[in-house]
Design a protein around this ligand. Structure first.
Ligand SMILES: [Zn+2]
Length: 691
């Protein structure tokens, strides 16, 4: 090849074309081997001429640069939402489609209806485009002279988040448009998982001992908002184009716009159809619904758009929605299948919950094998479940849906009712029922009280402790937790910190090499420096999620203060309700839990308090602490006052500004009174700290 630069360009164009064929038309003109050979040739050339690497080169799909945080992405033209219409569960055909008919004709007693708005300008037959309403993440892509330059989420319609780095990893998202106009152009659509890929990805995650993703839509959102595009690159995301934002050369109809998108290289749903009049619209909406179960992605309705752009402009907008389009939502579809058994699973807190095991059934493109039965009340009273029942589950987006009904069929009375076990299915310990509450039977729960001896609970607690939002212990996945528990190396989270001294035992675990053992021990060591709020989350205090943990950490700034706080003190924390306060107090009143906090501290976990508020409002003030404060240790109060700029002194003098006195304060309090120094109780000190 005489001209390497020209060869690079040819290779990029060729590889992009093959990618497009493969991902959009599902066909290949060259073998994988040939593809790889060209790919490697391109890589080699690019390594020689790094400055000439094209922005849209397929080699740039891997090794994207991570971003430090997501930055705002401003839509040059606001991304509007669509008005909704609903399929009615109506007895007659016409009524079921009422909202569609009204969309065109309006209703006698209400304004609206595009025909009435258009008046004489309305054609005899209005043409529409009907499209599936993809249940993904709305996205805008910006192209400059046909090259993909940026993309962002919809956000509030005005400003979203810039996720360009992850969008670049989507294989069917064209990085360079074929024959697009010059200048700036924005294309809108949905990013979503293809369901087969989603299921495959979940199987791979399970095989690696990772948790399954529950819902394609949420996982797509999570993936697209990752900071590191290497995470997104391996996942089966797709982009479907459906409308334009900025368009310097827009065609006169929506149907032509979709054709243009296809020609440029975008994927457009093949279910889109142009319809003349309402009867065709309703037929198209029904066709899409029929195709729904077998679609490779999730949809939750159909979108109707007036095809003629001139009519669209006349119709305009009402508040934040176009008058010329509507989203029509389908009834949640249901499927029936057979109950094969009920599994009683023991959670981290010992709670036993029933899970229906089903004859596998396809729901929204996903194979469902399990469904939630929620609790004893739901299973026995509401559903009256019997072995071998035919059950109904809604076609929800979730991979684990719920059983909503058992079918009343002949001979059902003869079947055995499903009953709750009396012993823990995991450790055999007798189960306990929380007190029956006649008013709220769904709140009664059944639990195994054997917290530290029940493998499911021990594993659950360890997994939760090590999880990303809690102690974030690298290298400690689900499989390893199970191994540690089975080997008797960990009964409670604090035992993890003793593993450093039992290296040989760790190395003795199955498939544990020197490197992974070191990785695990390093991860455990690093977790000692986690902030207080994460430690609180890690302990698994009931009703304490991420935000409550933050509230507690910010307010008390000290683990001992939290452990010792009574209900009123906890209730005083902004953002914490009394029921939560009671639950937190109950948790820390348990000697086992107090003991665990002590063990963690002894093992070197620091429960690092959050950085002090930058006020420094107490600078120059001198404090003396005396007596026992109701919810703070003296050290914690000292740290708080110092953080706010105060100086702590050991003895009371005329220079002392405040004495903070608790119960059993002695001579220092007397001295303060004698000298006329201001005396504060704990609440007074907190008020001074601005709380
Ligand atoms: Zn148990």
């Amino acid at each position: 090849m005489s001209d390497p630069i020209a060869r690079m360009n040819t290779l990029v164009d060729e590889l992009l074309r093959h990618n497009r064929l493969y991902h959009q038309e599902n066909r290949a003109e060259i073998s994988d081997l040939e593809y790889d050979a060209r790919f490697r040739e391109l890589e080699a050339l690019e390594a020689r001429f790094p400055l000439l690497v094209r922005a849209d080169s397929p080699t740039r799909k891997v090794g994207f640069t991570a971003v430090a945080e997501l930055t705002p992405f401003t839509h040059e033209i606001p991304m509007l939402s669509l008005a909704n219409g609903y399929h009615k569960a109506a007895p007659t055909w016409g009524d079921a489609w009422e909202d569609i008919v009204e969309f065109e004709r309006g209703k006698s007693d209400r304004p609206g209806g595009i025909r009435r708005i258009l008046g004489d300008a309305a054609p005899a037959v209005i043409a529409y485009v009907v499209e599936p309403k993809l249940d993904g993440l709305a996205m805008e892509l910006v192209y400059q002279d046909g090259v993909f330059v940026a993309g962002g989420t919809r956000g509030d319609g005005q400003v979203g988040e810039d996720v360009t780095h992850n969008l670049r990893t989507i294989a069917n998202l064209p990085k360079r448009l074929v024959g697009a106009p010059r200048g700036r152009l924005s294309v809108r659509g949905e990013v979503l998982f293809d369901l087969a890929g989603f299921e495959r990805m979940n199987q791979e995650r399970e095989a690696r001992g990772e948790r399954r993703f529950e819902n394609p839509r949420n996982s797509a959102a999570g993936t697209i908002r990752q900071l590191d595009p290497a995470q997104a690159a391996g996942r089966p995301l797709h982009f479907y184009a459906h409308s334009a934002g900025l368009h310097p050369d827009a065609p006169a109809s929506h149907w032509e716009l979709l054709a243009q998108f296809r020609a440029w290289g975008f994927t457009v749903s093949p279910l889109c159809r142009r319809c003349e009049g309402l009867a065709e619209v309703i037929a198209a909406v029904q066709d899409i619904e029929r195709a729904r179960a077998e679609l490779p992605y999730e949809i939750d309705g159909a979108v109707l758009k007036v095809d003629d752009v001139g009519l669209q402009d006349t119709l305009g907008f009402v508040t934040r929605s176009p008058r010329w389009a509507m989203a029509f939502k389908y009834l949640p579809a249901q499927v029936q299948t057979r109950l094969e058994g009920v599994l009683f699973s023991v959670g981290r807190t010992g709670q036993v919950t029933p899970v229906a095991q089903l004859q596998p059934v396809r729901v929204g493109g996903v194979t469902v094998r399990n469904a939630s039965l929620h609790n004893e009340h739901q299973m026995q009273r509401v559903l009256g479940l019997r072995h071998g029942d035919s059950v109904v589950i809604p076609r929800a987006g979730d991979v684990i849906p719920e059983v909503v009904a058992a079918v009343d069929e002949p001979g059902r009375e003869a079947r055995e009712p499903v009953v709750y076990p009396t012993a823990c299915p995991d450790c055999g310990h007798p189960l306990v029922r929380s007190l029956a509450d006649e008013a709220r039977p769904e709140m009664v729960h059944v639990a195994c009280p054997n917290s530290f001896g029940c493998p499911s609970q021990v594993e659950g607690a360890l997994r939760h402790f090590a999880s990303r939002l809690a102690m974030d212990i690298e290298g400690l996945g689900e499989k390893l937790v199970a191994q540690l528990v089975a080997a008797g190396l960990a009964k409670r989270p604090s035992d993890l910190y003793a593993l450093a001294g039992r290296r040989e035992a760790v190395l003795g675990l199955e498939r544990m090499g020197e490197a992974s053992a070191q990785n695990l021990l390093d991860g455990i060591e690093a977790s000692k420096a986690r902030p207080l709020e994460r430690c609180l989350l890690a302990l698994g205090v009931p009703m304490v999620g991420e935000s409550t943990a933050k509230d507690l950490a910010r307010y008390f700034r000290d683990i001992d203060a939290i452990v010792l706080a009574d209900v009123p003190a906890l209730d005083a924390v902004p953002g914490i309700a009394e029921t939560t306060a009671t639950a937190i107090h109950g948790f820390f009143a348990d000697p086992g839990n107090r003991d665990e906090v002590a063990r963690l501290k002894a093992a070197g976990v620091q429960f690092v308090p959050p950085p002090a508020p930058a006020s420094g409002g107490l600078s120059g003030k001198t404090f003396v602490l005396t007596g026992t404060l109701p919810s703070y240790s003296r050290e914690a109060m000292k740290a708080r006052l110092e953080a706010a700029g105060g100086k702590i002194s050991g003895s009371v003098s005329r220079k002392t500004d405040y004495v903070v006195a608790g119960a059993d304060a002695g001579s220092k309090l007397d001295k303060a009174r004698e000298l006329g120094v201001a005396v504060l109780d704990e609440a007074g000190a907190l008020a001074l700290l601005g709380e």
